[in-house]
Design a protein around this ligand. Structure first.
Ligand code: GAL
Length: 478
């Protein structure tokens, strides 16, 4: 049985990008500045002093990029809309028609190639003006600002965009942007992340409410939020370690998914974060609960969780866990696991376990993996990028996705991150996640072997490449 044939016929196969990571043209077409422009300008924030000023110059390569996507065989493209391209100062005082025209071009080009556009409204590039004058995600006005912006997008693009994602990874915005300070706007605090997380949730819910009341019936689309989560495997069978792994998942994805599916923050968070965690009012609960038509999931890696031994220095080493001191647990990895260039462990079975955990906790929702992928820097030699490691990554993760479906998970789609090498946030251009190689000097795109592999997979020609499921995944399974 081929890998492809293990997925349902109507499964959504796609690839993903985000505005600041690929577009460039930051001062063209009337775009206003975002907090990422400002953050990149501060020396020391980004590897090699890189910025998104040019990035992949997708702004000038839309047609070519979407043609390459079509050649890869995908039928869906997840991109994000830069808020400050549509509303340069973040408010509805002026709608920038050049910005609207740019996304019309993206959307129309997708449709021309039989690719369904999936639009994310917020992939981290907050208009700088809102940050400066209204305190950004910390301020009281942000919920209405976001909802107004969302309404402009629904009315401009909703005749053709049938799949909306409100917020990309509220956890990253809150923890990396306002907790650890490694992403824009670069704040460090153990209070702000919880305020920001709360505002993101309410803003998401308000946008969904507007979509449902004013647009959904006529436009016949679906809307949801995308959250990110790693899997947490207990370090041992000890009760304390199993509780630590569970707690870690609650602080990661439960933070945002519990309010949406269950109506409140997880008990473990309420107890440990105390007054720093805002309370969900009855009015907010009415908006938030049930506010996602599907469960969007970005998943990259797995870590081992154990009850904290109280060693803060050790916690700092594995800093990807959020505000570790609030969680009382330690994270580590198994030394036998192979690592990508991000130093993230490749653990395909973790993906299956996470999907099963989500299905069980939230009553089997429709799930779309809106990002999964890996960074490997494989050289371009004579027009070819032989990224066998990336092929193995995708084959093994997809194999576990198929296992999850066999086990009853309602997985409906999968988007590979990313269509092409791009600006990888604080890592700049050093980390290459693309299925297409980008020469950042010349802008030339080259399909990597992994893009060709996807094409073979999606056109059900796996045998032609000798790529059977069994070849790639067995040694990584648990
Ligand atoms: C996600 C993010 C993407 C991409 C990816 C790889 O958290 O949504 O923009 O950078 O990680 O690091």
């Amino acid at each position: 049985m081929t890998l492809f044939s293990r997925f349902p016929k109507d499964f959504v196969w796609g690839t993903a990008t985000s505005s600041y990571q690929i577009e460039g043209a930051v001062e063209e077409g009337g775009r206003g500045p975002s907090i990422w422009d400002t953050f990149c300008a501060v020396p020391g924030n980004i590897s090699n002093g890189d910025t998104g000023e040019v990035a992949c110059d997708h702004y000038h390569h839309v047609e070519e990029d979407i043609r390459l996507m079509a050649e890869m065989g995908v039928k869906a493209y997840r991109f994000s809309i830069a808020w400050s391209r549509i509303l340069p100062d973040g408010t509805c005082d002026s709608i920038n028609q050049d910005g609207v025209a740019f996304y019309n071009k993206v959307i129309d080009s997708c449709l021309k190639h039989g690719i369904q556009p999936w639009a994310t409204l917020y992939h981290w590039d907050l208009p700088q003006h809102l940050h400066e004058t209204e305190d950004g995600w910390l301020g009281d006005s942000i919920v209405d600002r976001f909802a107004d912006y969302a309404a402009v997008c629904f009315s401009s693009f909703g005749d053709r965009v049938k799949n909306w994602i409100t917020i990309n990874e509220a956890w990253v915005v809150s923890i990396l942007g306002y907790g650890q300070g490694v992403f824009a706007p670069g704040h460090t605090s153990n209070v702000e992340p919880y305020t920001v997380g709360h505002n993101l949730l309410v803003a998401h819910a308000k946008a969904v409410d507007i979509y449902r009341k004013r647009f959904q019936q006529q436009q016949k689309g679906q809307i949801g939020i995308t959250n990110n989560c790693d899997w947490r495997e207990p370090l041992s069978d000890r009760l304390e370690d199993r509780a630590a792994a569970q707690r870690s998942l609650e602080f990661f994805v439960g933070w945002f998914a519990d309010p949406i599916y269950l109506g409140d923050y997880p008990e473990s968070m309420k107890q440990r974060v105390g007054d720093r965690l805002p309370k969900i009012t009855d009015q907010q609960r009415a908006l938030i609960k049930g506010s996602s038509d599907f469960f969007g999931l970005n998943h990259y890696t797995t870590m081992l969780a154990s009850e904290s031994n109280g060693d803060i220095a050790e916690q700092a080493v594995y800093g990807n866990g959020g505000l570790s001191e609030d969680q009382g647990l330690d994270l580590s990895i198994d030394q036998d696991w192979s690592l990508t260039d991000m130093q993230w462990a490749v653990v395909p079975w973790g993906c299956r376990k996470l999907l099963e955990w989500i299905s069980q906790r939230y009553d089997n929702p429709d799930i779309y993996i809106t990002e999964n992928g890996c960074a490997y820097d494989t050289e371009l030699i004579d027009g070819d990028v032989n990224d066998q490691n990336r092929i193995e990554f995708y084959a093994s993760y997809l194999d576990e996705c198929a296992n999850a479906i066999d086990n009853g998970v309602n997985l409906k789609g999968y988007f590979a991150w990313s269509f092409m090498d791009n600006f990888e946030w604080a890592s700049g251009y050093e980390k290459r996640f693309g299925l297409h190689h980008v020469d950042f000097e010349t802008g030339v795109r080259t399909p990597k072997d992994s893009a060709k592999w996807f094409r073979a997979l999606l056109t059900n020609q796996e045998q032609r490449l000798g790529l059977k499921t069994e070849d790639t995944s067995v040694h990584l399974s648990k």
